[in-house]
Design a protein around this ligand. Structure first.
Ligand SMILES: Nc1ncnc2c1ncn2[C@@H]1O[C@H](COP(=O)(O)OP(=O)(O)OP(=O)(O)O)[C@@H](O)[C@H]1O
Length: 248
């Protein structure tokens, strides 16, 4: 039996984008015969790790270190330039603010769409729909287009969908603090339930306390590279904290 849920080998990903610059700079560049307006950012370099089924991995790192990019590669939204990701599971869902909704569709329609995209049958979603709506606490808004929701409402519905449809692998991008105090408590409890169940969870967070509370292992990224990976959650997060303090 394969106990590995995620195997990542030598991931490399770079963003290439048009560098917006003022007319003066553009003309100066042309005069210098540098006509290129494209810019490259190496977001991930040589990232490798394995995660066992049922474990919770915390991803830490300072701003721009590649955490969200890595989650998007795991969610198969982005294709790496080099390297491989193998997911040994039936379904994977990414829970991140501002992703995954079709704004013109209602909350209900988005719930069905998300469930179907995760390979669930309509009958299974029918059984779960009441729980999803109730947990989200958005009430009658569920029948209105998502574009009319506040960002908090979108976050609550997204959280409720991703955690109730129970994908085998749940990827969570820095959303532990969404909603009001009551929803925060409810959502943190739900995450803990998932973590204690057999789900494989990958969690990006700037909160060392949250990582320590729920994670079995930790991956520390810096400028797209792995600094440390392992199950010494306290040790690695302490080193990370010291590094942040020293860089201030
Ligand atoms: N769509 C994009 N186009 C160009 N560059 C990008 C894009 N998204 C991210 N980047 C760059 O890639 C690098 C990694 O970004 P990423 O968002 O993965 O980091 P992060 O660790 O999640 O950051 P944060 O903690 O601030 O959310 C950064 O240098 C960022 O500026």
């Amino acid at each position: 039996m394969n106990d590995i849920a995620i195997k990542v080998e030598n991931l490399n990903l770079k963003y290439i984008f048009i560098n917006s610059m003022g007319v003066k700079k553009y003309i100066a560049n042309i005069l210098k015969k540098n006509k290129s307006r494209t810019k490259e950012v190496l977001a991930l370099t040589g990232v490798s790790f394995e995660l066992e089924k049922g474990k919770t991995l915390g991803i830490i790192g300072s701003n721009g270190s590649g955490k969200s990019t890595l989650l998007r590669v795991l969610a198969q939204l982005y294709t790496p330039d080099i390297g491989k990701v193998a997911l040994y599971s039936e379904s994977v869902a990414l829970l991140a603010l501002g992703t995954g909704f079709q704004p013109e569709l209602t909350g209900i329609e988005n719930i069905y769409l998300s469930g179907l995209l995760l390979g669930m049958s309509k009958e299974t979603i029918d059984k779960k729909i009441n729980e999803i709506v109730e947990f989200s606490g958005i009430g009658d808004f569920v029948n209105s287009p998502v574009k009319t929701y506040s960002s908090g409402m979108k976050a609550r519905l997204g959280f409720s969908i991703a955690t109730n449809i129970e994908p085998d692998i749940l990827l969570i991008d820095e959303i532990l603090g969404v909603g009001d105090e009551a929803f925060k408590k409810k959502s943190n409890n739900r995450i803990k339930e998932l973590i204690e169940s057999n789900k494989t969870v990958v969690l990006v967070s700037h909160s060392v306390a949250a990582i320590r509370e729920v994670c079995d292992c930790v991956l520390w990224l810096h400028k797209g590279e792995v600094v440390k990976f392992g199950d010494d959650v306290i040790g690695i997060t302490e080193e990370y904290r010291n590094c942040l303090r020293n860089s201030k």
